[in-house]
Design a binder for this molecule. Structure first.
Ligand SMILES: [Mn+2]
Length: 345
């Protein structure tokens, strides 16, 4: 038996292309051993000329083997050079070649009959490589009969087309799927997710271990998001001491282990960040930790007395306290807008 080649990207969307291609090939009677899976892993192909990466993969896996290959499926990824596109175009005269992509940089490939590159569908909804490839290779009827596959395609599509980022809690599962993919990789998904996609009965895609991992990972994500948000508030502030106004350069960070990290940060801070007067570290539990290098302009314990809920204190270069009750966001606003420390415009 001849073979089918599937060329796909390394991310979740690329994996979805692999899934659709694999099911399609199996439906046509090709066993897994008859499928050439070509993962476009930029980093694992050291010999690649990089710039023409996908083109190199075609040289490595397809060229010279043309007579053994019946069909070539490319999804979520496109060739780079006109030369390789022309090569595939030649092959398309004697075998099935399809390319389904959604990247703007590949729109030029639409001049070929076998290539369709579209960012959005007819209704203007952004669509993924998985969506377009599954639409091409699998019948609506098949997808309807396989609820787990249907859900997988839906979530992958929503994730890759960024619809989830608009804080739609219904799409948290799409983020979960992508997080799991980054942890389990293709191999893990092949072993633990793919078999579920072939079932006709609806089952949970995630087992208990996956759910536990996601719980930890999601709280870490939340923390990282706040950390990035808070770090935008780094800048110059004035500290009011009676009638005196002292400008202070403040580095704002947020870490999970507030005072432990703050202490460690101080080492780095003293070494590399002499331009800042102190570090302000928020914990998501509402804790505040202030650290400064030697010879502070204002002792951080003094600054801290004017911050948070007023219960904090500590040493000249190392102090801790709490944000006012309520949400972190409100607490931060209270510190930066209502208390004695104001960012200079
Ligand atoms: Mn994609």
């Amino acid at each position: 038996m001849n073979k089918i080649a599937i060329i796909y990207h390394t991310d979740l969307d690329g994996y979805g292309v692999k899934v659709a291609g694999r099911i399609y090939a199996n439906q046509k009677g090709y066993e897994d051993k008859d499928i050439i899976f070509i993962k476009a892993d930029y980093y694992k192909n050291a010999n690649s000329k990089k710039k023409l990466f996908i083109d190199d993969l075609i040289d490595d896996h397809i060229k010279g083997h043309e007579s053994e290959i019946d069909e070539i499926i490319l999804g979520d990824i496109s060739v780079k050079s006109e030369e390789k596109a022309e090569y595939l175009n030649e092959l398309s005269k004697t075998k099935k070649v399809i390319l389904r992509d959604h990247h703007d940089t590949a729109i030029w490939m639409n001049k070929y009959e076998w290539a369709k590159v579209r960012e959005t569908d007819d209704e203007g909804i952004a669509r993924s490589g998985t969506y377009w490839t599954a639409k091409e290779l699998l019948s609506d009827e098949y997808i309807e009969k396989h609820p787990n596959l249907k859900k997988f395609i839906y979530l992958t599509d929503k994730f890759d087309a960024w619809t989830w980022a608009k804080s739609n809690p219904k799409l948290d599962e799409a983020v979960d799927l992508a997080l799991l993919f980054s942890a389990m990789n293709e191999e893990g998904f092949d072993a633990d997710i793919y078999p579920k996609l072939l079932l006709e009965e609806e089952v949970e895609l995630f087992d208990e271990k996956m759910k536990f991992y996601l719980k930890i990972k999601n709280s870490d994500l939340k923390r990282q998001m706040w950390a990035a948000y808070f770090s935008l508030k780094s800048g110059v502030y004035t500290y009011k001491d009676g009638d005196k106004e002292i400008p202070l350069k403040v580095a704002v960070v947020s870490t999970e282990n507030g005072s432990i990290i703050a202490e460690k940060l101080r080492e780095l801070f003293v070494k590399f960040n002499k331009q800042f007067d102190f570090i302000l570290n928020f914990g998501l539990n509402g804790g505040l930790a202030l650290r400064c290098g030697d010879n502070p302009k204002v002792p951080v314990n003094k600054i801290l007395m004017q911050m948070g809920d007023g219960s904090g204190g500590g040493h000249i270069c190392s102090a801790g306290g709490k944000l006012p009750e309520g949400s972190i966001e409100k607490g931060i606003e209270a510190i930066f807008e209502n208390l004695h420390i104001n960012q200079l415009k």
